[in-house]
Design a protein around this ligand. Structure first.
Ligand code: GLY
Ligand code: MN
Length: 473
C-alpha cells in the first residue's frame, strides 16, 4: 500500500471534482465495489486474487469483499466489509479488524458488508443519484444490479459518466509514487524478457520459455500483467498457444509484461530470429518496425495527440514499405485510405498503469479519446486505444508492428480494399513471413518523454543479434 495520505488526497480530489458537477444536495453518492474471489471450479478453489484497480486507486485495500460509499453531499466516507469470524480464522489465520483496515487508509467509518444494501436503498428512495463505474467482473455487475434494482444486463449502460470521467481524469496522469511503481514493474518486465530471449533455442517447446518467464514475475512480483504472447506465428496478434517446437529460421514474437506487488504493469514486445541471426528479408522488415518505434518515441511529448503520433508513424511505415516495392503510390493518399491497416491492424499504443490497458474496463472511448476526437472506423486506426492530446504524467505504450496475415491479404485483394496501392505480386513472397512487433513503455514528461524502466531491451537488429550471441556463449 502507499501511505495513507495518498489515498486521502485522491479521495479528496474526487470529492472536489464531483462537488463541482452539481449543487450541494444534488450530488448523490458513489458506490465502489471491490472484487470478490473468483472460483476456478468450486467455491474454495479460486483463481489468484486480483483486486479491482479503481478500488485500489482510492482505497488501497487488497482484500476481497470490500465496498465503500462516498457521499458527495455530506462528505462522508464509509467502508463496508465483514470482520473475520472463528471459521475464517481457522483456515486463514488471524486478521486485523475491518475498522483498523479502514483507518489505515484514512477512513474512520466502517460497517458490515450487508449494510450497504440499506444505504443504497435509502439513497434511491430519497431520489438521490447513485453513481457507479462500469464493473469489470460479473460478480460486481450482479451486486450492483441487486443494489440498484436493475437487471444485470442494464448495469453497464447505466454507469455514471460523471464519476467515470472524474476518475479517468485522475488515473490518466500518474503521480510520482505511481511512476516509481511502473519503473519497478518495467525492471521486472526487463528481467522477464531477458529470460525469454535466453530461452530461444531451436528444438524446445515454446511453453518451456513461457513458464520460465512467468516464474520470474511470480518470484518477484504479482505475476504476468496479461497472458504471455510467445509465438512463431506473430502474424496472429494475440496468440496464446505455446505448444510449438522452436524451429530455426523463424521469427519469435514475445509480448509480455510483469505486474509488481503494488499491481502496476509493464508491457514489452520484442521479436527475435530463432536462429540468432536475421535473414536479409527479416532484417529489412524488422528495421522498418524499429524505425517506427523510434519515430513514435521521438514524437511523444506534451501537446501532440497520440493519434497524430500513430498517423506519422504509419506514414513512415508506408514510405519504407514503398521502398521495398510492397506498396506503390502517393503516401498521403495511402495514409488517408488506411492502407497501413493491412500491415498493422492495431493501434500504436494504449494507456498503461495498474491495468496493462489502463482503465479500458471503464469505457475505452472515454479513457482514450478527448471530447473533440472521434474514433476512426478504419482497420488499425480504429483500434487505437489512446488518441488523446498528451500531458505530462501519461504513460503509454509505443508498439508498432508489421504483420503478413494471409487471410487478410486475400480478403483485401478479393475486395479491392487497397485502392490499387498494394503490390500483391511482391507481397506473395511474404505470405509465410509471420509478424514483427516492438513495444516500449513511455512516460510523457514536462518537456518530452522517457522510456520507463532501468534500461531498454536490445532493439536494433545488431543489438538483438549481439545479445543472442552473448546468450549462447
Ligand atoms: N501487450 C498486449 C497488448 O497490448 O494488447
Ligand atoms: Mn501493449
Amino acid at each position: 500500500m502507499f501511505s495513507k495520505n495518498i489515498y486521502i488526497s485522491r479521495r479528496r480530489t474526487l470529492m472536489e471534482k464531483m462537488s463541482a458537477t452539481a449543487p450541494e444536495g444534488q450530488r448523490g453518492i458513489a458506490v465502489f465495489i471491490g472484487n470478490a474471489e473468483a472460483p476456478a471450479q468450486y467455491r474454495d478453489n479460486c483463481y489468484k486474487y486480483r483486486q479491482d484497480s479503481t478500488w485500489l486507486y482510492y482505497f488501497g485495500i487488497d482484500q476481497p469483499l470490500y465496498a465503500a460509499v462516498l457521499d458527495f453531499d455530506e462528505g462522508r466516507e464509509t467502508i463496508y466489509a465483514d470482520d473475520f469470524e472463528i471459521g475464517d480464522i481457522i483456515w486463514m489465520g488471524p486478521q486485523p479488524s475491518v475498522q483498523s483496515i479502514a483507518e489505515s487508509v484514512g477512513i474512520s467509518e466502517s460497517a458490515p458488508y450487508g449494510a450497504l444494501n440499506a444505504v443504497v436503498a435509502k439513497a434511491m428512495a430519497a431520489g438521490r443519484k447513485v453513481h457507479y463505474i462500469r464493473p469489470s467482473r460479473y460478480y460486481n455487475k450482479i451486486r450492483i444490479a441487486e443494489l440498484t434494482g436493475r437487471k444485470p444486463c442494464e448495469v453497464d449502460d447505466n454507469f455514471s459518466e460523471t464519476l467515470t470521467r472524474a476518475i479517468i481524469s485522475m488515473r490518466l496522469v500518474k503521480e510520482q509514487c505511481e511512476i516509481e511503481q511502473i519503473d519497478d514493474a518495467c525492471a521486472l518486465g526487463f528481467e522477464m524478457h531477458t529470460t525469454g530471449r535466453r530461452g530461444i533455442v531451436p528444438g524446445i517447446v515454446e511453453q518451456e520459455i513461457v513458464g520460465r518467464m512467468e516464474g520470474v514475475t511470480m518470484s518477484k512480483g504479482w505475476g504476468p500483467s496479461f497472458p504471455t504472447i510467445l509465438t512463431q506465428h506473430g502474424e496472429t496478434l494475440h496468440n496464446h498457444t505455446h505448444d510449438k517446437i522452436i524451429e530455426p529460421g523463424k521469427l519469435m514474437v514475445i509480448d509480455a509484461g510483469a505486474e509488481n506487488n503494488m499491481h502496476y504493469a509493464s508491457d514489452f514486445t520484442r521479436t527475435y530470429p530463432t536462429s540468432g541471426k536475421f535473414t536479409r528479408k527479416q532484417r529489412e522488415i524488422y528495421q522498418i518496425v524499429c524505425d517506427c518505434n523510434n519515430l513514435a518515441f521521438e514524437l511523444t511529448r506534451p501537446g501532440i495527440t497520440y493519434r497524430e503520433v500513430h498517423l506519422r508513424t504509419v506514414r513512415l511505415m508506408l514510405e519504407e514499405l514503398r521502398a521495398l516495392d510492397i506498396v506503390r503510390g502517393n503516401i498521403d493518399n495511402m495514409v488517408e485510405a488506411g492502407i497501413a491497416g493491412l500491415f498493422m491492424p492495431h493501434g500504436l499504443g494504449h494507456n498503461m498503469g495498474m491495468d496493462v490497458h489502463d482503465m479500458e474496463d471503464l469505457n475505452e472511448n472515454l479513457v482514450g479519446y478527448d471530447d473533440d476526437q472521434k474514433r476512426s472506423t478504419q482497420l488499425g486506426l480504429g483500434s487505437l486505444r489512446m488518441a488523446r492530446r498528451l500531458v505530462p504524467g501519461n504513460v503509454v505504450t509505443d508498439e508498432p508492428g508489421i504483420y503478413f496475415i494471409p487471410a487478410l491479404i486475400d480478403q483485401w485483394k478479393a475486395e479491392k480494399t487497397d485502392h490499387g496501392f498494394v503490390n500483391y505480386d511482391r507481397l506473395e513472397s511474404y505470405r509465410d513471413f509471420g509478424g514483427i512487433r516492438l513495444e516500449d513503455d513511455v512516460l510523457v514528461t514536462e518537456d518530452g518523454a522517457r522510456r520507463t524502466g532501468p534500461a531498454r531491451l536490445p532493439i536494433t537488429p545488431d543489438e538483438v543479434e549481439a545479445a543472442m550471441e552473448e546468450d549462447r556463449k
